[in-house]
Write a protein that binds this ligand. Structure first.
Ligand code: NDP
Length: 241
């Protein structure tokens, strides 16, 4: 097939599972990361894909990273905007730094990356942009005003870009995971996690592979008529809660 896919935050957790799945499906995969060299090294060794360090919240850094990726692998056809962080706290204690950091890494990053591959996708008449939001962007979450705003912002961005890309063969969609078993979720205190699981009708956390398979479908030719959509992958937690 010869298509090139970039997965931001593609070396750990959900992103790593997406990188692995896309590689299996025949893409030349570039996995971006922020600073965890050990995870990146493991990813290169175990998955046999190239990893690229740049900060997705830095527009020029993203540009330099993309230049390297395109010179190594070719133009990027598929982007999965997956890199994300949390920095939680009740709103009455939330600092400006806490707000800015999460908005920059979780929302502005999608602009930084997508804007710099968009013209190429338009010229080639094909593109797939997949934005990883969250159930907490859909419903809001106590203690996560910054994260909920950023993740909801990705849904608005997706709906606008879906319309702009439609005539150019570019689809833009959101995957909104529920609680998935990764380091980000394992950092949640055990008692809190137990109470979260009790609100998931399926009765367990999701697996990173279950997010990866949705991304693989949205990246495929078969999904050409799906654009501007928010695909929820959450064990029915959203409708039950
Ligand atoms: P992890 O914390 O396990 O992995 C995060 C990845 O993002 C890492 O590869 C990390 O790189 C990278 N990253 C973080 N900041 C930056 C940055 N500034 N520049 C480049 N890369 C960066 O996260 P998850 O796998 O749990 O989450 C992945 C996505 O899914 C996130 O957007 C998250 O919000 C979303 N999500 C997760 C859910 C869950 O239950 N886990 C639920 C709903 C949504 P490095 O390793 O170098 O730090």
């Amino acid at each position: 097939m010869g298509r090139v896919a970039l997965v931001t935050g593609g070396t750990r957790g959900i992103g790593r599972a997406i990188s692995e799945r896309l590689k299996k499906d025949g893409y030349a995969v570039a996995a971006n990361y922020g600073g965890n060299e050990e995870a990146a090294k493991l990813c290169e060794q175990e998955l046999g894909i190239k990893c690229y360090k740049f900060d997705v919240s830095d527009y020029d850094g993203v540009g330099a990273g993309l230049k390297q990726i395109e010179s190594d692998l070719g133009p990027v056809d598929v982007v999965v905007n997956n890199a994300g962080i949390t920095w939680d706290g009740p709103f009455h204690k939330m600092t400006k730094e806490q707000w800015d950091k999460v908005i920059d890494v979780d929302l502005t990053s999608a602009f930084n990356v997508t804007r710099q591959v968009w013209d190429g996708m338009r010229e080639r008449g094909f593109g797939r942009v997949i934005n990883i939001s969250s159930i907490n962007g859909q419903k809001g979450q106590f203690g996560q005003a910054n994260y909920s705003a950023a993740k909801a912002g990705l849904i608005g961005l997706t709906k606008a870009l879906a319309q702009e890309g439609a005539k150019k063969g570019i689809t833009v969609n959101v995957v909104a995971p529920g609680y998935i078993d990764t380091e980000m979720v394992r950092a949640v205190p055990e008692k809190v996690l137990e109470s979260i699981i009790s609100t998931i009708p399926v009765g367990r956390l999701g697996k990173a592979e279950e997010i990866a398979s949705m991304c693989a479908y949205l990246a495929s030719e078969e999904a050409a008529f799906i654009t501007g959509a928010t695909m929820t992958v959450n064990g029915a937690q959203y409708i039950a809660g």
